[in-house]
Design a protein around this ligand. Structure first.
Ligand SMILES: Nc1ncnc2c1ncn2[C@@H]1O[C@H](COP(=O)(O)OP(=O)(O)O)[C@@H](O)[C@H]1O
Ligand SMILES: Nc1ccn([C@H]2C[C@H](O)[C@@H](COP(=O)(O)OP(=O)(O)O)O2)c(=O)n1
Length: 239
C-alpha cells in the first residue's frame, strides 16, 4: 500500500431527514476530510432574498438578484460555518420561514448555476478531499465523485427525527411539510433531487446513526483501496 493517501470526493444525496448532515459530518471528521452542507448554501441565499424584500414567488426577480449575496462556507466538520455578506447566518437559515421558501428559490436556474459553481470551487480546493451533501451532488455538481451515496428513509421515520429536533412540533404536520418539500425538490426542471445511476442506496429507516456512519466509512475505505490497487497494477513492475 502506498504511504500517500489520495484525495477523495464523496457525494451524499437524499431527501430531508435521511441523515445526510449528521452522517456527512461524522464521516468527514473520521477520515480527515472537509465537509460541505449545500442545503445551508441554498438556505443562505433564500434568507438573503427574504431579508432584502425579493418576492420568492417571482423567479425573474430571484434570477436578477442571484449574483448579489456573498456566500462563504467554512468546511471544517467540527465547526461548519456559513456567512452571507460577512454575517453569520447559522441560526437564521433554520427558521420555518426559510424552510418553507427554500424550494422555490433553489428551483431558479440562475441560483443553481451560481451555487453549483461555488460548490465545485470549494470541492476542488479541498486538499485531502471532501464530503459534500445535498440533492444533486452525484448527478450534477460532482458527477465524477469517487463515491456516491443516496440515503433514504420512510417519511414516518424522517418526520419523527425532524420533530425530535424541533421540540414540540407535531409529527403529522412535519411529515406533511417534508413530503411537500421533497415533491417540489424532485419535480423541478433544473437538477432535481435524484439518485445517480452509480450511487449506492442506503435505507436508514431501521439503522442507527452510528450504523449509517460505519457503513459509509467502510464504503469510502473500500473505494480508496480499490483505487490504490488499480493504480498499483497500472504502474510498471519495479526492477
Ligand atoms: N439513522 C438515524 N436514526 C435516528 N436518527 C437519525 C438517524 N440519522 C439521523 N438522525 C437524526 O435525524 C435528524 C435529521 O438528520 P440530518 O442529518 O439533519 O438529516 P438530513 O441532513 O438528511 O436532513 C437529526 O436529529 C439526526 O440526529
Ligand atoms: N444540493 C442541494 C441542496 C439543497 N437544496 C435545496 C432543497 C432543500 O429542500 C433545501 C434545504 O436543504 P437542506 O439540506 O438544508 O434540507 P433539510 O433541512 O436537511 O431538510 O435546499 C437543493 O436544491 N440542492
Amino acid at each position: 500500500m502506498s504511504d500517500t493517501v489520495e484525495s477523495v470526493i464523496v457525494a451524499i444525496d437524499g431527501p430531508s431527514g435521511t441523515g445526510k448532515s449528521s452522517t456527512s459530518r461524522a464521516v468527514a471528521a473520521a477520515l480527515g476530510l472537509s465537509y460541505l452542507d449545500t442545503g445551508a448554501q441554498y438556505r443562505a441565499i433564500t434568507w438573503w432574498m427574504i431579508s432584502n424584500g425579493v418576492d420568492v414567488q417571482d423567479p425573474a426577480a430571484i434570477a436578477t438578484a442571484a449574483a448579489k449575496p456573498a456566500i462563504v462556507s467554512g468546511t471544517d466538520p467540527a465547526n461548519p460555518t456559513i456567512t452571507v455578506d460577512g454575517v453569520d447566518v447559522t441560526g437564521p437559515i433554520r427558521t420555518p420561514e426559510v424552510t418553507s421558501k427554500v424550494s422555490a428559490v433553489s428551483a431558479v436556474p440562475e441560483v443553481r448555476a451560481r451555487i453549483t459553481e461555488l460548490q465545485r470551487s470549494i470541492a476542488s480546493s479541498a486538499a485531502t478531499g471532501i464530503v459534500v451533501e445535498g440533492r444533486d451532488i452525484g448527478t450534477t455538481v460532482l458527477p465524477d465523485a469517487d463515491l456516491k451515496i443516496f440515503l433514504t428513509a420512510s417519511p414516518e421515520a424522517r418526520a419523527a427525527r425532524r420533530s425530535g429536533e424541533l421540540k414540540g412540533t407535531d409529527v403529522a404536520a412535519t411529515k406533511e411539510a417534508l413530503v411537500k418539500r421533497d415533491a417540489a425538490d424532485s419535480s423541478r426542471k433544473t437538477s432535481p433531487l435524484a439518485k445517480a445511476d452509480d450511487a449506492v442506496e442506503v435505507d436508514t429507516t431501521d439503522l442507527t446513526l452510528e450504523q449509517v456512519i460505519e457503513c459509509v466509512v467502510t464504503l469510502v475505505e473500500e473505494r480508496r483501496c480499490a483505487t490504490e490497487n488499480t493504480e498499483n497494477t497500472e504502474k510498471p513492475a519495479a526492477r
